[in-house]
Design a protein around this ligand. Structure first.
Ligand SMILES: Cc1ncc(COP(=O)(O)O)c(C=O)c1O
Length: 408
């Protein structure tokens, strides 16, 4: 039967998420998965959340109603206080927007800023969900390499210049995850942060600072966000989320941006989801109001610090000498391994056959034909998430990976 649908050009060109594509393999019985960037479900504050559901009895008539596109007022209030502390300036209400996950924040920013063919500067490697929504907005990618200190900011002016030469367009946005990057786990140095904020101002290209992992630091001193370093300048857009620190199922995140950008994002979302679920916003607001968040942060920081150390020890113990190199992350969710031999896609297939899964590095780069300027790719790398598996599974998974890396 012929299809009744004539799909849009965009729908016809869409590619599946490279990580979600791995799900059938990851879900096989007995598989130890380091693939998904998932929080530890054992650490979810289930009982406290269940108690917070009392908010439905107390405020049900409001909570079950449509809410404002900007966000649910008690949650906005909690976020304003949290953000003024994290960003170091008084955040006014017109600069704050609650979104359905920070994935939506990136998507809304892309949709209000980009026309098809526009250039976005991304770190390479970077978060595939961002690649996906920038691609949907018709972006072309100018890639800046990363090292152990995050984006190699020194190369940024040249990347912007070359992309402009190739496309005739000045880049519209710089996307970065300065703290505990997905996938590399690296943190941008203070010097580079300062330089990035300065350069973005000079080049006239706004920065989208995506910060879902910033508070998940297990070692070393916290570094200021780009938004803080900019003193609240309009060219830094800041996005964060409750997904990694609380629970991704609530789909509650937020953005701090200039009022004109927030307004544009609000109008855009009115054609999408109208507002983030008022029910989950109310649950999160109640959770914060009861003062649970700080205690929970303490719990997950110690749980994840132990798991991070465990993965470091197990990789050292089980991987054959010289088979891979990596830097132990000081926070976040991920180890980023550089394999000495073989493509990570091919190693993935052999690892899956032995019952351990990771994400091959290629998933974290835009396609070669989507990049302008120098083309970067990641076939030698593997991303391993350490937060989901328990300590025994971390050790066994690393043991299996070690066997795979010993030889074909
Ligand atoms: C860097 C980064 N940004 C955004 C997201 C999406 O988070 P959310 O659940 O808030 O949509 C993720 C999730 O893995 C991420 O790693």
């Amino acid at each position: 039967m012929t299809s009744p649908f004539r799909f849009s050009e965009l729908a016809r060109s869409m590619q599946p998420s490279p990580i979600r594509e791995l799900f059938p393999v990851i879900r096989q019985p007995g598989m130890i998965s380091f693939a998904g960037g998932l929080p530890d479900p054992a650490a979810f504050p289930v009982a406290a959340f269940a108690e917070c559901a009392e908010v439905l009895e107390r405020d049900g008539r409001e909570v079950l109603q449509y809410g404002a596109s900007e966000g649910y007022p008690p949650l906005l209030e909690a976020l304003l206080a949290m953000m003024s502390e994290r960003l170091g300036f008084e955040v006014p209400p017109e600069r704050l927007l609650v979104t359905s996950g920070s994935q939506q924040a990136v998507n809304l920013a892309a949709r209000v800023l980009l026309d098809p063919g526009d250039v976005v500067v991304v770190e390479a490697p970077t978060y595939p969900g961002t690649i996906h929504c920038l691609r949907n907005a018709g972006a072309r990618f100018a890639t800046v390499p990363c090292d152990a200190n995050g984006m190699v900011v020194e190369g940024l002016p040249e990347v912007v210049r070359r992309a402009e030469q190739a496309t005739g367009r000045r880049a519209k946005l710089i996307y970065t995850v300065p703290d505990f990057s997905n996938p590399t786990g690296a943190t941008m140095s203070l010097e580079r942060r300062r330089r990035l904020v300065e350069l973005a101002g000079e080049l006239g290209v706004p920065i989208l600072e995506d910060d879902p992992y910033g508070r998940l630091r297990y070692a070393g001193e916290p570094l200021p966000t780009l938004a803080r370093l900019s003193g609240g300048a309009p060219h830094v857009i800041y996005a964060s989320s409750f997904s990694k620190v609380l629970a991704p199922g609530v789909r509650v995140a937020w953005t701090v941006a200039s009022p004109e950008l927030v307004r544009a994002m609000v109008l855009m979302r009115q054609g999408e989801d109208l507002c983030t679920s008022t029910v989950t916003q109310a649950l999160v607001a109640e959770y914060c109001r009861r003062g649970h968040l700080e205690g929970h942060m303490g719990t997950i920081l110690s749980v994840y610090a132990v798991k991070c150390r465990a993965m470091q020890r197990s990789l050292e113990r089980h991987l054959p000498a010289g088979a891979a190199t990596w830097t132990e992350p000081s926070g976040g969710f991920f180890f980023w391994l550089e394999l000495a031999r073989g493509s990570s896609r091919e190693v993935f297939d052999r690892a899956a056959a032995r019952g351990v899964a990771f994400v091959p590095g290629g998933a974290f780069y835009p396609g070669p034909d989507e990049q302008v300027g120098e083309v970067l790719g990641g076939d030698r790398h593997a991303r391993l998430c350490f937060t989901f598996a328990d300590e025994a599974a971390i050790d066994e998974g690393c043991r299996r990976l070690g066997l795979v890396l010993e030889g074909p």
